[in-house]
Design a protein around this ligand. Structure first.
Ligand code: MEV
Length: 440
C-alpha cells in the first residue's frame, strides 16, 4: 500500500520520477531508464514541453504521419496526422487519391459562431429580470471593452447576449447565452474572460437596481464558461461523382458499390449502436489533424457527438445519396478550431503542421479537418461493405505484432512478404513467426 503524498508538484523532476518509480512500479531502475529514454537532448525543447503541463516526467510520443493528395476546393494539401492507430493514415491517403481524380473535395463554411454562458440563480419575478436585463445589457458589453478591443479591430467580438429563462428545467435557473466571433482563435480564453466580466457586472448591477427586492438583488452566479456545443460553427465537406465513375470494387459493380455505401450510411442514421462506431471512424481522421495542429480534440469530440444527437437521437455525421446517377457523400460537423494562440506558435511540430497546411485560417482549417473526417469515413465504409475491415487493418497492424514478437528486420521483410498472399490474424502471424524462427 502506498501512502498519499503532499506537495508532489513542488518536487524536482528527478524526485518526482524517483517517487513514482519507487512507489508504483516493480522495477524502479528500469522505470527510470524508460522515462529518461524519451527525454529530448535539446534542453530548451525539453523545458518547453515540461512547462506545457504540471508534473511532467517525460514526453509521450505519437507518430506524426502525412496523408498526401487531398484536393480540397481545387487546392492540393498534404495533411499531417498525429495518431497511433495503424490503418488511419493509409486509409486517408487512399481515399484522398481516389477522390483526387474525381473532382476532389468541396467545402462550405455554414457558420463560425461560438457560444458561452453565464449560469445564474435568480429568486424573483422573471418579468422584472427581463426589464433589468434590457437596461443593463449595453453596460455588460461595455464592461468587457478592454478585453474585446483587439478582437473587434480584427472584425470579431461579441455577437449577442440573450437572457434565457430555464426555470422550467430547474427552479430559479437563468442564463446569459452569449455568442461570439473569434476569427482565427479557438477563443476559449477570450470567451471565458468576457463571460466572467459579464457575470461580475450582472451581479453588481443587480445590487444597485432599485426595482428589485433584496432577494431579487442577490443574483447567485453559479459559473461562467464557454460551451463546446456549437451548432452554428459548422462546416460541410462533400464529394460527388457519377455512379459509373466509382468503378467496380472487389467484384461488385459501380452501381452496387454506391448503393452499398448509401445503405451503410443509412444504417448509421437509424441505428445508434452503428452510428457511434461510424462516427468514431470519422473522428479517427478529425482527431488526428486536430491533434497535429495543436487544437483541443476533447472539445471537438464533445461538440461533434452532441451535434450528432441534436435531433433527439444519436445519428451519423455523414450522409450519402444517389440522385440522377450522381453519387454524393458529405459531412456536416461543428469544429471550433484555432490557427493562432494556444500551442500554435509554441509547439514546434504544431507550427510545422500548420506550415505544411500552408498556414490556414481557422476557416480553412475547419475545411481541411472536415475533409479528413469524410475521407476516413469513406475509407472505412468502403472496406466494410467490400472486403471487410480486417484485411486492411491487419495488414497495417502486422508490423505492430511483429514488433511485439521481437522480429528482426529480416524476419519482418520475410513475413510482410508472406502475408501479402495470406490472411493475417494475430494467431496466424504468431504461427508464421514461430515457424520462421524454428527454420533457422
Ligand atoms: C476503427 O477505428 C474505425 C471503424 O470501426 C469505423 C467504422 O466502423 O466505420 C472501422
Amino acid at each position: 500500500m502506498t501512502t498519499p503524498i503532499e506537495g508532489f508538484s513542488k518536487l524536482s523532476k528527478e524526485d518526482k520520477i524517483n517517487w513514482i518509480a519507487q512507489h508504483y512500479t516493480q522495477h524502479p531502475k528500469e522505470t527510470i531508464a524508460v522515462i529518461k529514454q524519451y527525454w529530448n537532448e535539446d534542453e530548451k525543447l525539453q523545458n518547453l514541453h515540461d512547462e506545457f503541463i504540471e508534473n511532467t516526467i517525460t514526453n509521450f510520443y505519437l507518430p506524426l504521419g502525412i496523408a498526401p493528395n487531398f484536393l480540397i476546393n481545387n487546392k492540393l494539401y498534404a495533411i499531417p496526422m498525429a495518431i497511433e492507430e495503424s490503418s488511419v493514415v493509409a486509409a486517408a491517403s487512399k481515399a484522398a487519391k481516389f477522390w483526387q481524380t474525381r473532382g476532389g473535395f468541396k467545402t462550405t463554411i455554414l457558420g463560425t459562431e461560438k457560444v458561452g454562458q453565464v449560469h445564474f440563480m435568480y429568486h424573483g419575478d422573471s418579468e422584472k429580470l427581463t426589464k433589468f436585463f434590457k437596461l443593463v445589457k449595453p453596460r455588460l458589453i461595455n464592461s468587457v471593452a478592454p478585453i474585446v478591443k483587439n478582437m473587434e479591430k480584427r472584425g470579431g467580438g461579441i455577437k449577442n447576449i440573450e437572457l434565457r429563462d430555464k426555470t422550467s428545467d430547474l427552479d430559479d435557473y437563468f442564463q446569459l447565452h452569449c455568442t461570439f466571433e473569434t476569427l482565427d482563435a479557438m477563443g476559449a480564453n477570450f470567451i471565458n474572460s468576457c463571460l466572467e466580466g459579464f457575470a461580475q457586472s450582472l451581479k453588481e448591477e443587480a445590487l444597485c437596481y432599485e426595482k428589485f427586492t433584496d432577494t431579487e438583488k442577490d443574483i447567485e452566479i453559479v459559473m461562467s464558461i464557454l460551451s463546446n456545443y456549437i451548432p452554428n460553427c459548422v462546416v460541410k465537406a462533400e464529394v460527388s461523382c457519377p455512379v459509373s465513375d466509382l468503378k467496380a470494387h472487389h467484384g461488385i459493380t459501380a452501381e452496387d458499390f454506391a448503393k452499398k455505401i448509401v445503405r451503410a450510411v443509412n444504417i448509421a442514421k437509424v441505428e445508434p449502436y452503428r452510428a457511434v462506431t461510424h462516427n468514431k471512424g470519422i473522428m479517427n481522421g478529425i482527431d488526428a489533424v486536430v491533434l497535429a495542429t495543436g487544437n483541443d480534440f476533447r472539445a471537438i469530440e464533445a461538440g461533434a457527438h452532441a451535434y450528432a444527437s441534436k435531433d433527439g437521437r444519436y445519428t451519423s455525421l455523414t450522409h450519402a445519396n444517389i440522385e440522377n446517377g450522381i453519387f454524393k457523400f458529405w459531412i456536416e460537423i461543428p469544429l471550433a478550431l484555432g490557427t493562432v494562440g494556444g500551442l500554435t506558435t509554441l509547439h514546434p511540430l504544431v507550427k510545422l503542421a500548420l506550415e505544411i497546411l500552408q498556414n490556414p485560417t481557422a476557416k480553412e482549417l475547419m475545411q481541411i479537418v472536415a475533409v479528413a473526417g469524410l475521407a476516413q469515413n469513406f475509407g472505412a465504409v468502403r472496406s466494410l461493405v467490400t472486403t471487410g475491415i480486417q484485411q486492411g487493418h491487419m495488414k497495417m497492424h502486422l508490423l505492430n505484432i511483429l514488433n511485439q514478437l521481437g522480429a528482426t528486420e529480416d524476419e519482418k521483410i520475410n513475413l510482410i512478404d508472406y502475408f501479402k498472399k495470406h490472411t493475417a490474424s494475430h494467431s496466424a502471424v504468431v504461427e508464421a513467426f514461430k515457424e520462421l524462427r524454428n527454420k533457422k
